[in-house]
Design a protein around this ligand. Structure first.
Ligand code: SAM
Length: 332
């Protein structure tokens, strides 16, 4: 088994697969405000058969430790549970963890099945604990069901349940402490994410709040004890006297590109070797659909595509100017 290594010797053992570019929410920091974005036609999305072939290739040729499914909203995709059942079959004879990043709105009645199909990690996005603000951010009143999903997920023994909140100045930075008040009796991991610029997402320096500022606000009420990080992305803390873990994702103020271990596949089958990469690399869809392309050849193309990966993503000013970078289409 080979390690997927780029020219800066970063080993890529974490695969993120976007299952769709469609979402049932319209979070203001994620979706471009002007112009409707064109969605992929269904025929251009990787089929479940192509996806399982892709996963087989990754686990057969490369040492992949973790696969995360994202989108768009992965749970809007039809027959999604039978897809996870197939992934479970692959997982039984290979060693890797699976996770899903979801907005939680369609999760509640799927939690048992996801758990029984070997899902290890659930990341659920929730940016406000106030219904009106939730609606203002997400565009729909699905607040109760999202909260119920989080509370229900905590009752199962998933390896990790995380809550993702993107924090934007003067929008929800006044809720940092409230998030901790709400969950301090649980063993949730709350991750406060720095707002990142994407095409048309209203990025503005004035709306940015760094992880350091967030931490200082929280420390006006709670003592945060630094703990060893279980990955290379988050700065992790335990709220003193509780099992609640609080993490900060500092993609902008303190990037972690030097230790990046992620490779992304968009829902249409393109390899993205960085969330902000300007050029999409090869498109795997046609090859995955055509069995005259052997698995080994596809593995070789994946490995080669990593060699163009840059060392670090550009500055926020430059990122904000890019007009091809739409989080929904890439898969967050
Ligand atoms: N629909 C799923 C969800 O809501 O979690 C998965 C896709 S979403 C694009 C993945 C993650 O990206 C979410 O946690 C979301 O909050 C985060 N995200 C989207 N746009 C962002 C931005 N501009 N800055 C920081 N995080 C962002």
């Amino acid at each position: 088994m080979n390690k997927l290594t780029d020219k800066f010797r970063r080993v890529h053992d974490y695969l993120r697969i976007s299952l769709t570019d469609k979402c049932n929410l319209q979070c203001l920091y994620c979706i471009p405000s002007q112009n409707q974005i064109e969605k992929f036609q269904h025929k251009n999305i990787l089929t479940y058969e192509e996806l399982t072939r892709l996963i087989h290739i990754f686990v057969k040729y490369f040492s992949v430790n973790k696969i995360r499914f994202t989108g768009g909203e992965p749970l809007v995709r039809k027959n999604i549970l039978s897809f996870f059942e197939q992934v479970h079959e692959i997982k039984k004879s290979n060693h890797f963890e699976i996770g899903i990043t979801t907005n939680g709105t369609l999760l509640e009645d799927k939690i048992e099945s996801l758990h029984s199909f070997g899902m290890n990690r659930l990341n659920i996005s929730l940016d406000s604990l106030q219904r009106n603000k939730f609606i203002a951010i997400a565009g729909k009143d699905l607040f109760d069901t999202t909260l119920r999903s989080i509370n229900k997920a905590l009752k199962f023994d998933f390896d990790k349940v995380k809550l993702n909140a993107v924090i934007i100045k003067n929008i929800n930075d006044d809720e940092l402490i409230h998030f901790i008040d709400q969950f301090h009796n649980t063993n949730l991991n709350i991750r406060f994410i720095e707002y990142m610029p994407f095409s048309g997402n209203g990025w503005d320096d004035a709306k940015f709040i760094s992880w350091g500022e967030m931490k200082s606000i929280i420390e006006t009420k709670y003592h945060l004890k630094e703990i060893e990080s279980d990955g290379n992305v988050a700065k992790d803390f335990l709220v003193d006297g509780t099992n609640l873990k609080v993490s900060f994702i500092s993609s902008i103020s303190n990037h972690f590109c030097y230790s990046c271990n992620r490779l992304r596949i968009t829902s249409s089958g393109k390899i993205k070797n960085c969330l902000f990469a300007q050029s999409e690399e090869i498109n795997l869809k046609s090859m995955l659909a055509d069995y005259s392309f052997g698995d080994e050849l596809i593995a070789e193309m994946i490995s080669n595509s990593l060699q163009n990966k840059w060392f670090k993503h550009p500055s926020t000013d430059e990122l904000a100017k890019l007009n091809h970078n739409i989080m929904m289409s890439i898969g967050g």
